[in-house]
Design a protein around this ligand. Structure first.
Ligand SMILES: [Zn+2]
Length: 175
């Protein structure tokens, strides 16, 4: 069942009272904002359960994706396993969210249409690291710790050594 395609959107108004669950994947084409952030995901896997009853529907589930981004340290691609979980109240309009306290996470489903792709994409984006990097701190060969390798160390003549060699020349001449 896990290879099934998730619906990109669900018409909650057509669902009977009770719980409705989906498990499957959505292709990366459904995740344009991850792409805009410089990431690439072939697909996102997830499960979503809608609870329909007398009050606002509930929408809970989880999702996983492997997102490839450019490592900030070595600038080569790094694959990041990202997970997310959500437990949301579905409202028709954001104004309806006022009925709940500010900490209650809500998702707006205009005219009862829940955008599943957006819900999953939001969670994956929240799970992305602020600065994508390989786990190996030396993925760039440790270049940053030692500075540019081809920069010569400035050599300054020691004035006392210069003085010493002059003295020796003097003693040589007086002989
Ligand atoms: Zn790296």
């Amino acid at each position: 069942m896990h290879d099934d395609e998730l619906p990109r959107s669900i018409d909650i108004g057509r669902l009977a009272a009770g719980e409705h669950a989906w498990t499957g994947t959505l292709s990366g084409d459904s995740l344009p904002r991850i792409h805009e952030l410089g990431g690439h995901a072939r697909e996102v896997a997830g499960s979503i359960t809608l609870t329909v009853g007398p009050s606002h529907p509930g929408c809970r589930g989880d999702c996983q994706a492997v997102v490839t981004m450019d490592c900030e340290r070595c600038h080569s691609p790094v694959s990041l396993a990202v997970e997310g979980a959500f437990d949301l109240i579905v409202v028709d309009r954001i104004a309806e969210a006022d009925a709940y306290d500010a900490d209650t996470p809500v998702v707006v489903a205009p005219r009862g249409w829940l955008d599943v792709a957006t819900v999953l994409e939001d969670e994956i984006i929240l799970g992305l690291p602020l600065i994508p990097m390989h786990e190996d701190v030396n993925c760039d060969g440790g270049q940053r710790q030692f500075g540019p390798a081809d920069e010569p160390t400035p050599v300054r003549e020691n004035p006392f050594q210069v003085l010493e060699s002059l003295k020796r020349d003097d003693s040589g001449e007086t002989h």
